[in-house]
Design a protein around this ligand. Sequence first.
Ligand SMILES: C[S@@+](CC[C@H](N)C(=O)[O-])C[C@H]1O[C@@H](n2cnc3c(N)ncnc32)[C@H](O)[C@@H]1O
Length: 283
Amino acid sequence: MTVGEALAATTARLATAGVPTPDVDARWLLQSVVGGPGARVRLDSRRPLHSEAAARLAEYVTRRVRREPLQLILGSVGFRHLDLLVRPEVFVPRPETEVLAGMAIAALPAGGGGVVVEPCTGTGAVACAVASEASPRLVVATDTSAAAVQLAQDNAARAEVAVDVRLGDLLDPVPADLRGEVDVLVSNPPYLAAGELRGLEPEVVNWDPHDALVAGPTGHEISDRLILQAPQWLADGGWLVMEVDPERAAATVARMTAAGLADARMHNDLTGAARIVTARHGA
Ligand SMILES: C[S@@+](CC[C@H](N)C(=O)[O-])C[C@H]1O[C@@H](n2cnc3c(N)ncnc32)[C@H](O)[C@@H]1O
């Protein structure tokens, strides 16, 4: 079988299984078996596909047909300029969160330095991107999942950046001497209500950890707690930068204002959805 024939057969098999982007996924899987995990090689459709690569492709296709996320099969995902490890028990970073990381970077002091805290870090995507693209003095990240903490530590080491990753609820594990010193508090917390999982794609419902998706009965529970804690931790002029469900963005802005934060507003992601909210501490 040639690479071209394998690509056509894989695309057809994924399409029949209802995978949303069969052609894109087939190409990624082929690139990975030909060039190695996460590789972006040019596929020469006339070349033969060796038996070892064909066997690996068959295994990957079986997994994708069962709707295992493509990123978990490949083992890593691109996030801004980083290549992050992903693992089954940790939320897979989404492209829209790259905008959140960019806004956190833009909110840091222009001349470098600054303290960044990221509760709900998951793979560590946002914390690692900020640490690698800006020059903060300190980046602290937290998560209640031990698997996420381990993965975020592994990703920080892989990206060769300093991120202090701690296990625990929101800001509880952050050193107390950072109260009033945080320049950017950035987070993509769980923001769905339990009933909202119904109707989502199998890749989300069956693979993303429940605690990464669902905040509680209303979806606001975790972001509300973070908003209430933010004024005690932010420096004067420091920013809270949060990813939210676009359906909840306006309500989140109102809650930020009610908590005493200034300039609360919504920002669009790359698809035009109001997915980011920001507010400032101080006059
Ligand atoms: C939507 S995921 C976001 C992960 C990552 N920041 C990203 O954008 O890819 C939410 C993360 O919050 C963590 N989490 C849930 N409740 C938490 C809490 N009370 N305190 C800290 N982390 C929490 C979950 O384990 C999960 O890793």
